[in-house]
Design a protein around this ligand. Sequence first.
Ligand SMILES: [Zn+2]
Length: 164
Amino acid sequence: MKYLIKIDKDSIRNNPNAGQTMTITEGPQRPIMFIYQGGPVPEFFDNEDVRIYSNTVRVNSRVVEITGYLYNHNMLNELIEATKGGTLQYSINENSQTLYHNPLPEYYFDYIPTQIICSNCKESFDYSELLSDSIDENYSNEICPKCNYWGCCEIEYEKLKESK
Ligand SMILES: [Zn+2]
């Protein structure tokens, strides 16, 4: 059976980012790598916030070099404070990504909830519960969530222009 999923006209809203072709996303914070040279061993080093990965070389309790990662960015000021006795170098690796895409649409909208009946198991469910999957070259957006039958119905989504 073929279903037309209609646009909820009350849900149509302007997209403030209409026409944009790139989006900047913030990824998870990366640890700050640092190198500390030439001072005493700072006391709070090597805990869950600050991880040392290279060996500490001491000459008469003076540190020659420590390389490590600061996992908690909020601790940066403390790291700077604690390493005043030597030289600290660090680099912050911002983990933002720029995604390029087709111009974003002028409007956002929702579809009206619509009950679908599976042609295979005859169960009913909302269209939004339909599953998608691909195996090799084959792809379906109309997989029954109850019995997993591929192409359990035919769906057509109303286009915005038709609803105006
Ligand atoms: Zn089914």
